[in-house]
Ligand binder design. Structure first.
Ligand code: EPU
Length: 338
């Protein structure tokens, strides 16, 4: 297995910012990881596990070891007339996996088409879009503990999933490499078309009979229209989470800002679109040097070419401050900052 030194991470983060890894090792199977980690040298060094780098902003070099998850494979491990269980390598591309499911008529991930990133990253921030979260289809997550050198199995409830959140962002942050994920998918689709933008897109396309393919196609069209393609303009999707608050807090704020939109989460809680808050503060389409705010989606920060991670983070902090001053809401980052 090749171990690189002073290795550029520019191609390995979708923001496309420059940062160097002191050591860099691609991992294609669990045995390679076990073999590498035997050496004592890693015990005193920071270790960063990287998937496709689509949810990270590098503001400095990694003065340690970067492990790039390249563990591949999609296999059916159990099947009934109604359901199928798929074991998928952490280094598989997420969208390729979604297309595999749609092609085989396995339902559950079609709304999550075109999300950049890897399968191994999907449980970490519980990826979600257009009314579906990956927690709804995760059966098990299997990960290697980098310190204790053990294989750990997490059931769905062990993962403590929340909105863009899981145990992998807290207790196990920086401690694991996700080796494979088992997804439990249905052979009898229940179509999730509740998200307004998705419903409108399906109506517009004049689809007569819904199908997994019709849904993933519609999602792909919406995403392509609104979100910048990281291959062309550096970005990591939504930079902040949508803030949640109680109905009571929302009513108070709405008295002051009558147009304030909100989406119901449950009986007591609403979610406010951070994109709206940011747009109201005048940031949409803003650009300073090569760092900016996407012109079609104010929640997405972009790198037009040569911006540094520090410049993007500085812009994010100014946005956060201005939203706080105007609305009294402190936005929380969705993207990980190194
Ligand atoms: N809006 C604005 N200005 C904008 C864009 C949106 O005011 O520039 C408002 C509108 O009121 C709109 C609402 O925000 O109705 C919601 O916008 P959108 O449907 O684009 O979704 P979002 O809340 O901005 C979330 C996820 C996305 C996911 C979409 C679709 C988070 C942090 N982001 O964005 O996920 O694709 O919903 O489900 O929850 C990601 O996590 O990286 C990501 C892209």
């Amino acid at each position: 297995m090749p171990l690189e030194e002073h290795y550029s991470l520019k191609r390995h983060n979708t923001f496309g910012v420059e940062a160097f890894a002191h050591y860099f090792a691609p991992i294609r199977q669990l045995d390679e990881l076990k073999e590498l980690l035997i050496a004592d040298i890693w015990k005193t060094m920071p270790i960063l596990v990287l998937g496709e780098g689509s949810n990270i902003l590098f503001t400095r070099d990694v003065d340690g070891l970067v492990l790039k998850n390249e563990i591949k494979g999609i296999a059916v491990i159990r099947e009934t007339p109604d359901e199928v269980w798929l074991k998928v390598g952490g280094g598989e591309n997420w969208h390729r996996f979604v297309m595999f499911c749609v092609g085989n008529h396995y339902a559950g991930v079609e709304n999550l088409a075109l999300i950049p990133g890897s399968v191994g990253a999907s449980p970490v921030q519980n990826i979600g879009a257009y009314g579906v979260e990956v927690k709804d289809v995760i059966d098990e997550v299997v990960a290697w503990h980098l310190e204790t050198q053990e294989l750990m199995h997490f059931s769905n409830s062990d993962c403590a999933f929340g909105y863009r959140d899981s145990i992998f962002k807290h207790t196990y942050q920086g401690k694991l490499m996700i080796i494979w994920v088992v997804y439990r998918l249905s052979k009898h689709p229940i179509f999730h078309t509740g998200y307004a933008a998705l419903r409108e897109e399906l109506d517009r396309s004049g689809i007569k009979a819904l199908s997994l393919k019709a849904i993933s196609d519609a999602v792909i069209r919406i995403r392509t229209r609104k979100l910048p393609d990281p291959a062309k303009i550096g970005n990591a999707g939504s930079f902040f989470k949508n803030p949640q608050m109680s109905f009571a807090q929302y009513e108070t704020l709405k008295a002051q800002f009558p147009d304030l939109p909100a989406f119901t989460v449950d009986k007591h809680t609403v979610k406010i679109p951070a994109a709206w808050l940011i747009e109201q503060c005048g940031w949409k389409g803003y650009r300073e040097g090569d760092a900016g705010v996407h012109a079609h989606q104010a929640l997405v920060l972009v790198n037009y070419g040569k911006a540094t991670g520090k410049q993007i983070l500085e812009l994010a902090e100014r946005i956060r401050q201005s939203v706080y001053e105007r609305f009294g809401i402190m936005l929380e980052r969705e993207v990980n900052v190194w």
